[in-house]
Unconditional design. Sequence first.
Length: 202
Amino acid sequence: MNRTPALDRTVDKVLAQKQEDFMTRIDSAYQEAASNLESSKGSLRSEYEKIIQGSRKQAENLKRQILGSKRLESRNQELLLIETAVNNYFEKAREKFRELSRDKEYKSMINEMIDDCISAIGTGEIIIESNEKDSKIVAEIIAKKPKKVKLTLSDKPIDSIGGLRALSPDGSLTYDSTIELRMERLKPLIRKEIVQRLRGDK
């Protein structure tokens, strides 16, 4: 079959149309791929930002934990130093009380302690306990007390730097007025005073 100019034109036209369709499809596929890529870039950027933000939050949380831990450690050290200072203060105070002169003021304190014991126990008979060093003073004061309440000095000395302890005959009621216990009650006040001075509140 001989090709004619008309046939050639038809073939060329068909080929050109197919080529145009092919190029259009390629262009469409390219545009779609480019659009998908751009969309993927946005999604990747968003994920990247989320990761960065999450990392920053974790870093901030870690920083706060470290700072909080440092503050807590610092506060614990401060409290330990304060407690050590308070204990040292009271140990020195105990040494002073051990060497305290049993003078008129001390005897007056013992007298007040016995009155406190009588009020606290509230029974008709009370046993008074003291250390060996104070037993003579306590006995002298007891002898001068009114006989409304029978006061008896125990013949067993207690281990104390000073003061006394009282109890009912059956032992069901006790009242501790030793210097050690009174000092322990003062500890919170002394501790507070030291903290205030350290922080410049006074």
